[in-house]
Design a protein around this ligand. Sequence first.
Ligand code: NAD
Ligand code: ZN
Length: 351
Amino acid sequence: MNLKINTAKPYQILIERGCLRRAGEEAARVFPGGAKTVIVTDSNVGPIYAHAVASSLEAAGFQSSVFPFPAGEEHKRTTNILGMYAAFSDRGLTRSDFVVALGGGVTGDMAGFAAATYLRGIRFLQIPTSLLAQIDSSVGGKTGVDLPQGKNLVGAFHQPSLVLIDPDTLSTLPDAFFADGLGEAIKYGCIRDGELFGRIAAGGVKDEIEPIIYRCVDIKREFVERDELDNGDRMLLNFGHTFGHALEKLHAYKDLTHGEAVGIGMVMMSRCGEAAGLTEPGTAEKIARVLSEYGMPVSDPADPDLIREATQVDKKSRGDNINLVLLRHIGESFLHPIPRAELGRFMEALS
Ligand code: NAD
Ligand code: ZN
């Protein structure tokens, strides 16, 4: 399955079992022959997949080498970005060469950011291997790195030249990370596609993941095309994230994954929406049911006042208003800006 995304510089997204092993062939369509590349990958993904990618690239006439870094969000750090710059420079990458990001969202965000800034920007190829990276982070051009002061505080918009999504890689992804990505898939159903939501709710997604990935990517494509630089419509993709980010912060980014936090955030926001008469009654319950079906939490014991405070300082909300994303019903979402001062009243349904 093939999708084309029409950003300022359009690119293809290929979703196909086994396409990782044809990376060279696919890359040759986009990058002129003879280019050099550095494959950035983490310590879990590299040992499983880097060899196949490198040999395929070599066979297609590219000179490649691998830059590995230690796996995990705690390694999404500027020191690793500096390591990448050094590797790019040592291996003589020029502006006609490219970077390969092979791994989950951490790898894609960092390799993409290093590519965005090295020599003021060189091209890059995304080969996302986690469900979250396949349906979310590899598409749309947001790249970045964490600072000690906060997550993703430094970054750039830099669209990849090609995205290769190989659903076969999910067979080695640990279950906890699969569930994490599923939280985002449920989100896409909530904001844009009731049928997708129903399909996930029916269970057994693992056996039939390809069409689900396709539909999620297509929804992300649509929002990104309408709002490449994230000033308007793309905010709908943040459904569940306003309270979700607050919960992640309150848990100090431990013992609650991003997908779990977003799941709880979607339920909370829908409960508030229902209480305000803006969301169809029963919506929060439907979301909670799907989450529980996949063993994900549906609520959190955190004090609503603390959640409200953590929400107020979200870097993505600007000015006097806070942009809430609400559902009218499963499959339809809208932006609901409210004055910051009214957030407490809006959240009364949670007390
Ligand atoms: P991750 O990259 O840390 O991957 C999760 C874990 O799974 C890691 O341990 C990784 O080594 C392992 N892994 C990945 N693929 C594997 C495979 N096929 N087999 C075995 N192990 C595998 O994290 P993630 O959940 O993929 O992504 C989270 C990151 O994505 C966060 O840093 C977040 O900020 C970012 N993100 C970015 C965007 C964006 O638009 N750029 C959107 C959402 C999230
Ligand atoms: Zn998310």
